[in-house]
Design a protein around this ligand. Structure first.
Ligand SMILES: *Cc1c(COP(=O)(O)O)cnc(C)c1O
Length: 371
């Protein structure tokens, strides 16, 4: 059985999705309530959802089978009759990594925005790209979706507030892909509710940094959640004995969330240690991710991946993901693998071409279009 120290995820830097359920999560699953949640008769699930509503300050919440399901349903509750479009960052998961869900499920066009600052979308970007008015050539913006964190980076609360005010003044809804809103809150010190009050719908993951085995959750108004429950059923997401999934999610909130600050400190320390050997990130290291800027760090990613195998750490591209089950030993091994890569790369003849292509996993390894 896994525990915090010996989890198979201890050397897993590919993503924070690789975390494994802790013993207390497994115990909670065994002792869950087993009511039918399609009939809304499961006590633990109701408790989980009201706990999320409390934490986020939203009226209601609904458990989702995944963050993707929460995003797609969260956006769709706002969209009724095409033509309409969704404005979001060009790297946004809801657009780039959800199998064209917005096109298929919401018949929505997308306006993918390249933030002028290269890091996060601002009100200036929104004003530049938003589609408004009654020009019959267009698909008006009906939803603005902000991803928090995006690439592990914090968007300032003030910027979120400005975008939300602008959107609401123009009859546009605002959705938050808050898969890692937990991280944003832990890192910035702003409460979940301080973020959520600017959004009409907020989707969160419980199986990323929070470490629960399955799921996500959507928070919104009572009427939006009522609609979301209907759409979730349509997608096959009506869960019968949902308590086995929501019980470990409740444990994750109590047990893992408080450790997130510490995970972020480890990322900061890693940033400092890597800077000493000339390895720099593509974008700021605000939370649990370090995206290696391979070009500026003069690192061959193919060699890096080979070295990671040698040093017994798992990496798939330029993104280093930290989470609560990463061991200190694994961090030391990762640093050794990177240091070795720097040495090897230094001695390569000019014109050498990496045998292993860099990236290749969606867009998640490239958070900066210039790297
Ligand atoms: C992982 C992720 C999702 C989707 O979550 P799944 O549970 O994997 O479907 C949504 N948004 C962001 C930003 C994510 O990183």
């Amino acid at each position: 059985m896994s525990d915090l120290k010996t989890s198979p995820a201890a050397n897993e830097f590919r993503s924070d999705t690789f975390t494994t359920p802790t013993p207390s999560m497994l115990t909670a699953m065994a002792n869950a309530s087993f009511g039918d949640d399609v009939y809304q008769e499961d006590d633990i699930t109701k408790k989980f959802q009201s706990e999320i509503a409390r934490i986020t300050g939203m009226e209601d919440a609904l458990f989702m089978l995944s963050g993707t399901m929460g995003n797609q349903i969260g956006v769709r509750v706002h969209l009724n009759q095409p033509p309409h479009s969704v404005l979001c960052d060009y790297r946004a998961h809801v657009y780039a990594e959800e199998g064209a869900g917005l096109a298929v499920l919401s018949q929505a066009m997308v306006t993918p925005v390249h933030p002028a600052n290269g890091i996060y979308v601002t009100l200036e970007d929104v004003k530049k790209w938003v589609i408004m008015g009654e020009d019959i050539h267009t698909a008006p913006t009906k939803v603005i979706s902000l991803e928090l964190t995006i690439g592990g980076v914090l968007t300032p609360l003030q910027e979120i507030e400005k975008i939300s005010e602008f959107a609401h003044a123009n009859d546009i809804k605002v959705h938050c892909d808050g898969a890692r809103l937990w991280n944003a809150s832990a890192a910035s010190g702003h409460s979940m509710a301080e973020y959520c009050k600017h959004f009409d719908t907020v989707s969160m993951c419980v199986s990323k940094g929070l470490g629960a085995p399955v799921g996500g959750v959507l928070a919104s108004s009572k009427s939006n959640i009522k609609r979301a429950r209907w759409l979730r059923k349509q997608l096959g997401g009506g869960i019968r004995q949902a308590g086995v999934l929501t019980a470990p999610a409740l444990v994750a909130l109590e047990e893992v969330w408080p450790t997130m600050k510490n995970t972020h400190l480890k990322a900061k320390r890693l940033e400092k240690d890597l800077a000493e050997i000339g390895v720099v990130p593509q974008i700021p290291v605000d939370t649990n991710f370090f995206f290696i800027d391979a070009k500026r760090s003069k690192i061959d990613v193919g060699i890096l991946l080979e070295q990671c195998k040698k040093f017994d750490v798992k990496l798939q591209d330029e993104r280093i993901a930290l989470h609560h089950q990463i061991s200190d030993e694994a961090i030391e091994n990762l640093k050794a693998a990177i240091a070795e890569t720097v040495n090897i790369t230094k001695n390569l003849e000019p014109g050498y071409v990496s045998q292993v292509p860099s990236g290749g996993y969606g867009s998640s390894s490239k958070m900066n279009e210039y790297s």
